[in-house]
Ligand binder design. Structure first.
Ligand SMILES: C[S@@+](CC[C@H](N)C(=O)[O-])C[C@H]1O[C@@H](n2cnc3c(N)ncnc32)[C@H](O)[C@@H]1O
Length: 332
């Protein structure tokens, strides 16, 4: 089957328009288009270097980077059937790039990289350290986790074992899980003498994707831990989790003109709101739900920044203080 995404066309063996999909060689997952859009937009906004798509599958992410940016790209997958699919997809798009068939650990350690993409099925636990070690100074890791249920659902004990933090189910779970995942990446980096700084993160569908830049140095690595804290959420102590900025505002500015798909555009529009506060307000008080547009208008009239969040459809992010927000919503 032929699929178009971004500016390329690929042949896939099986296609999933929604959800995680079934594991098989040559499979294409439409839900991940937004993750690939953001990868390409982010790299396009930065000085080009060398990128490894370490778990490339059909090759779609790396092929898009190669076609839509000036980065040099290497594709890798351990499954020879994927290697063959990648070769024919590269040819289909008139792209001449290096394609390897290696285990992940051999591929990442084969040279030093400016960008490494890690896109496993499930958790990247056990994979992050090798990527961080093999990034050049100031290199970027783009990493996916699809075991969100371990940090948001019924298997929170498993999440605690894997990511080293206590999470919580409920309305804040998507933001908490994202911040625990970022904490995990920063902690792995710090243990290797690297300071991780998030550039952009996304919680969407069944996955979290984080882009984190790593700087070498023990002092900066120590400093990178200062935003990893416990937090009180609805009467529960959760964490440790990352409480700092999730987005680099300069980078977001440079990415604005990227030709995002409709879905990605909607998510991207909310990124600038996410760092207005830790967690979010809801559009309801003890008595009733208030229309979101009404609340946002009122916050803007009062001179505050405010907008939607991708972490919860009912959520509002604003730089207003909590007491004023509560009084305001009661008065509406
Ligand atoms: C989720 S898929 C990648 C999807 C792809 N990045 C995309 O955007 O469509 C994960 C891929 O990792 C490959 N993989 C799994 N374990 C690996 C390992 N240890 N080394 C290299 N590749 C591996 C699998 O063969 C599979 O193609």
């Amino acid at each position: 089957m032929t699929i178009r995404e971004g500016s390329i066309e690929i042949e896939t063996i099986s296609t999933f328009e929604k959800g995680p999909g079934k594991i098989s060689p040559g499979f294409y997952n439409r839900t991940m288009e937004i993750s690939r859009d953001l990868t390409v937009a982010l790299l396009k906004s930065l000085k080009p270097g060398i990128a490894l798509d370490s778990m490339a599958g059909t090759g779609i992410r790396g092929l898009r980077i190669a076609k839509e940016t000036d980065w040099q790209v290497v594709l890798n997958d351990r499954d020879s059937r994927n290697t063959e699919i990648q070769k024919s997809n590269a040819k289909l798009n008139s792209l001449d790039l290096e394609i390897q068939r290696s285990d992940y650990f051999c591929a990442v350690s084969s040279r030093k990289w400016d960008y490494i993409d890690v896109d496993p099925f499930g958790t990247p636990s056990g994979l992050v350290d090798a990527a961080v070690i093999n990034l050049k100074n100031d290199g970027i890791l783009g990493v996916t986790m699809t075991d969100t249920a371990n940090l948001e659902g019924k298997s929170l004990d498993k999440g605690k074992r894997i990511y080293g933090a206590k999470s919580i189910a409920g309305k804040f779970s998507r933001e908490i899980s994202t911040r625990i995942f970022v904490k995990y990446i920063i902690e792995r980096g710090a243990s290797l003498g690297r300071a991780g700084r998030p550039l952009l993160v996304l919680r969407y569908g069944h996955f979290i994707r984080a882009f984190v830049r790593f700087k070498k140095g023990n002092k900066v690595a120590d400093d990178s831990l200062k935003d990893l804290k416990m937090a009180e959420v609805e009467g529960n102590s959760v964490g440790p989790l990352y409480t700092g900025r999730l987005y680099d505002p300069d980078l977001l500015g440079k990415m604005t003109d990227f030709g995002f798909s409709e879905n990605s555009k909607k998510m991207f529009a909310n990124f600038e709101n996410e760092d207005l506060m830790f967690l979010f307000f809801e559009n309801s008080n003890e008595f009733r739900e208030v229309r979101k547009t009404r609340i946002l208008d009122e916050l803007h009239n009062r001179g505050y920044k405010a907008g939607n969040t991708n972490f919860n459809d009912k959520g509002i992010k604003s730089n207003v203080d909590e007491k004023e927000y509560r009084n305001m919503i009661r008065s509406l």
